[in-house]
Ligand binder design. Structure first.
Ligand SMILES: CCCCCCCC/C=C\CCCCC/C=C/C(=O)SCCNC(=O)CCNC(=O)[C@H](O)C(C)(C)COP(=O)(O)OP(=O)(O)OC[C@H]1O[C@@H](n2cnc3c(N)ncnc32)[C@H](O)[C@@H]1OP(=O)(O)O
Ligand SMILES: Cc1cc2nc3c(=O)[nH]c(=O)nc-3n(C[C@H](O)[C@H](O)[C@H](O)COP(=O)(O)OP(=O)(O)OC[C@H]3O[C@@H](n4cnc5c(N)ncnc54)[C@H](O)[C@@H]3O)c2cc1C
Length: 615
């Protein structure tokens, strides 16, 4: 059995080189995912329910800056489940599930990420040989970003423009072997490497991939929805967007991911705020806990409420995802647009809010929040990436807007799907809804705003669910969180409410008072509420947020681990750009020490034994 960090034991990741981080990540990942394989063998996890197990590992301290094996579970396997026919699933899923092959998901190119109908990689069918010819016609056609592709994966799902009989049929997915399973060398016609250092997720090994007339069997096109017959005849899918299914799944999973990161960040900041004493409320008194300042409560408490709101929302979205997918299996596509719009909206809103809240948690901790040892900068780097990947937030909100506008236009002619039924009520009240400073009144106000601007998603609090399953004391606190979350956003979006609802100045003033009262009411339970997230110190990995409150001792212990305290200068800086973006990006990528060698030693020492089940 491998020891967790046999080479770099005791040296925090921040002090490892780019190459050492990758080697460390491979070592930690094969140890971590050997556990998943053990759980498979014991029947404790299966292909259809491994989300929580893998999610727990990917959010854990062992893989705190991502994993080169993450995309294998997050997109490679779900894409096979979602887009391969039964015969293809029988061939590929068992090997993917026991990790005898490691996959990635290659859709984005140097030149295109959002506009996927503009992707340039081509897959041209050759009926004479019953093969597809994959080709990257330009540098901008190179796949760029796929997680794990740099030095780790030997297969990947590639999204390419399908050509057969001289006609283009748009983007489709193909499963493609990119490296030799024995030697791990790139196969002939494959140009592959890693893209270089990033703001965060530097253990993910994001890669680039170019094809030079690379041939694959016809049966490597994923054919659950659309097919190409042996003679080159194209059979189209029931719905052109069924091929986009893998992205919908990941957007749903990202909402759960945000709950984990937001809970961690606000636990760290709230506990630190209970330990940290700074300045006096009254001259001559002892310095007070910074958690007693209303300004600190304003910074932090809405994040506690948001973590609960996002968790309830994520669970509801997961239920909707499964409901709609069961209907898709039966051929009922009616709710697919609603699921797409929901997944877009909630991925965009939860990632943007979480990134803002995590940054606010860092700022609430003063200088100590800026230390890597606090874990807040690392957490920010992880969540801010989610605002971009799996669909850039602006673009996804536009997709939701498109769905809401279409729904509004069909308001009188079409039955509304569950999540937009409120539009009928808001319309019926002809926007003259009376205002009340209650949770229900605020939600109704936002429904009216949404009705008017048709781009606000509404907030669907599960208050009833709480009243059935919690004690009166807990219900009171949870109601305080609901109140806080609603009054916070009512005050944040006051301009919309003033524009579109009859809220009066007097009611705004009482709303403000109510907000501060709620902060005060929540104060006694603030630490208890973050303790309730039940995040162990090993998960938080933070000098500021440890359960025992020994903040200063931990800060000093961590500082003494810096090699700078043991020896003189380290590090150097990188060159700057001259405006030739794609060529410069590729040149910079090639500077990565990982690309200096065709196969990193960790393949033969760790990855290959892991894939062969010998670990
Ligand atoms: C399982 C284990 C999990 C463990 C947990 C792990 C924890 C870690 C969690 C997360 C880590 C995630 C790591 C992810 C790494 C990143 C991967 C990537 O980034 S992969 C690449 C992602 N790329 C994108 O998302 C591209 C974004 N662009 C698009 O999606 C599309 O271009 C578009 C913006 C939607 C536009 O598409 P298109 O031009 O084709 O459409 P339009 O012409 O605009 O027409 C829109 C109509 O099409 C419908 N539509 C669009 N998309 C979909 C869809 N996905 N599903 C259904 N319908 C769709 C839309 O409704 C419109 O319909 P109409 O209005 O015409 O009726
Ligand atoms: C950490 C990380 C991991 C990733 N992993 C993967 C992976 O494993 N596999 C993969 O295939 N991809 C991956 N990606 C790529 C990711 O999916 C793309 O970065 C994302 O889709 C955005 O595309 P882009 O970067 O080309 O930006 P662009 O599409 O060029 O967008 C740039 C900006 O232009 C604006 N914009 C673009 N289109 C519009 C529009 N229609 N309306 C208004 N504004 C617009 C937006 O402000 C946007 O931010 C990853 C990205 C990151 C950051």
């Amino acid at each position: 059995m491998l020891s967790k960090r046999e080479v770099f034991d005791g040296v925090p990741e921040e002090y490892l080189s780019h190459k050492e981080r990758y080697e460390n990540a491979i070592r930690n990942s094969v140890v971590a995912f050997s556990l998943v394989r053990k759980m498979q063998e014991e029947g404790k996890t299966s292909i259809n329910n491994y989300r929580d197990v893998v999610g727990g590992l990917l959010g854990s301290s062992v893989l705190r800056d991502g994993s080169p094996l993450g995309l294998h579970y997050i997109m490679f396997m779900p894409a096979i489940l979602n887009q391969a026919n039964e015969e293809q699933q029988e061939k590929w899923l068992p090997r993917a599930w026991n990790c005898s092959i490691i996959g990635s998901y290659a859709q984005t190119e140097l030149g295109h990420g959002t506009f996927i109908r503009g992707l340039e990689t081509t897959a041209t069918y050759d009926a004479a040989t019953k093969q597809f010819v994959l080709h990257s016609p330009t540098l901008t056609a190179y796949k760029w970003w796929p997680g794990g592709l740099g030095q780790t994966a030997n297969y990947c799902i590639v999204v390419a423009q399908l050509y057969t009989k001289g006609q283009c049929h748009g983007i489709h997915s193909f499963i493609i072997q990119v490296r030799d399973e024995e030697t791990h060398m790139p196969l002939p016609g494959i140009k592959i490497g890693e893209i270089g250092a990033k703001l965060g997720l530097n253990a993910v090994n994001n890669g680039f991939l170019g094809f030079d007339n690379y041939r694959i069997p016809r049966t490597n096109m994923l054919m659950k929805h659309a097919q190409v017959l042996e003679d080159g005849t194209y059979v189209k899918s029931r719905h052109s967007k069924l091929n986009y299914g893998a992205m919908v799944f990941v957007r749903v999973v990202i909402v759960f991911d945000m709950v984990n990161y937001l809970s961690k960040a606000v636990t760290i900041a709230t506990r630190f705020s209970a330990v940290r004493r700074q300045c006096q409320l009254k001259a001559g008194e002892t310095e007070c806990q910074i958690l007693d300042y209303v300004t600190q409560q304003h910074k932090l408490f809405v994040s506690i409420a948001a973590a609960h709101a996002f968790r309830i929302t994520a669970n509801k979205l997961w239920l909707t995802f499964n409901e709609v997918n069961e209907q898709l299996v039966e051929g009922n596509l009616q709710r697919l647009p609603e699921l797409h719009a929901l997944a877009c909206c909630l991925k965009a809103v939860t990632t943007a809010d979480t990134a803002a809240c995590v940054e606010r948690c860092r700022l609430a901790c003063g200088g100590h929040g800026y230390m890597m040892s606090s874990s807040l900068p690392l957490t920010y780097g992880l969540v801010t990436a989610a605002c971009t990947y799996e669909g850039e937030n602006t673009v996804l909100l536009l997709q939701t807007a498109r769905f809401l506008v279409k729904t509004y236009q069909q308001l009188d002619s079409k039955a509304l799907t569950p999540t937009v039924a409120y539009l009928k009520t808001a319309a019926a009240e002809r926007f003259c809804v009376g205002w009340s400073n209650t949770t229900e009144g605020i939600i109704r106000g936002f429904q009216v705003v949404a009705m008017r601007v048709i781009i606000m998603s509404t907030f669907n609090e599960e208050v009833q669910e709480m009243s059935r399953t919690v004690s009166p004391q807990l219900k009171e606190v949870l109601h305080q969180l609901v109140d806080l979350y609603c009054t916070y956003w009512a005050l944040e979006k006051l301009s919309d409410l003033l524009l579109y609802t009859p809220i009066s100045q007097k009611e705004v003033e009482s709303l403000r008072l109510r907000y501060e009262e709620t902060l005060t009411n929540l104060r006694p339970n603030a630490v208890g509420l973050v303790d309730a997230f039940d995040l162990r110190d090993e998960m938080l990995q933070s000098t500021l947020g440890s359960y025992d409150g020994r903040v200063y001792e931990r800060l000093m212990e961590e500082a003494m681990k810096s090699p700078l305290n043991a020896e003189p200068m380290l590090q150097s800086t990188l060159g700057s750009y001259d405006g030739r973006v794609y060529e410069r990006l590729m040149e910079e990528a090639m500077k990565s020490p990982l690309n200096a060698e065709p196969v990193n030693y960790t393949f033969h020492k760790y990855l290959k034994p892991f894939m062969q089940g010998k670990l």
